[in-house]
Design a protein around this ligand. Sequence first.
Ligand SMILES: O=C(O)CCC(=O)C(=O)O
Ligand SMILES: [Fe+2]
Length: 214
Amino acid sequence: MDTIFKNNEKEEPNKKELIDGLQIVENIISKEREKELVQEILKHEWDTRLSRRTQHYGYIYNYKSRNLNVDSNENKAEPLPDWAISLCQDLIDIGYINEIPQQMIINEYKGQQGISAHVDSKVFGETIFSVSLNAPCNMIFKKKSTTTSRSKTSTATTTSKQEPPQVVSFQVKPRTLLIMRGESRNDWTHEIPKLKITSDTRYSCTFRYLKLQQ
Ligand SMILES: O=C(O)CCC(=O)C(=O)O
Ligand SMILES: [Fe+2]
């Protein structure tokens, strides 16, 4: 496999930060390496418990209960495959992350599948990053609304005002590295809306750290 450094197509990484703590780096890998990663992903069996197919490595995360008991043998999954470790090692070498993560989930989005608005579970550490493969998607970040309450002691009335959510929407191209930390990880939800038209299959590899070990 060629490394991130030997990008045959000579496309320069294109970096943007649309929200505090959110790093988006396009062209993080070459098209050739992307193809190899998809082939590796497709060699493995899928978990079909959700409407979209997933693969869990390191630990099995329950998207429904949003919980993970790291001590339970039931939640242990096979270790991260070599191709994922080598991808993470390249990201360490070029300074995007500090350590190999303990967990990876691969999501497959076929046709019109998406993921509803959520903040990633706090059982995981501060840094969450993903690499997108094969097809683009739209991603929407919404700032969790804050309620401001004003009390009038003289009249004993309380008015509560819901701030409108801030919304940031953008396209995630294949071969993009997306890193969420800080505000973008904790104070904003993210979602992938269902497309109205059928598109190519998208794969995302999302990497997470266990809180205690980060
Ligand atoms: O597919 C993606 O890029 C996002 C996946 C995600 O948000 C999650 O698994 O929590
Ligand atoms: Fe997420």
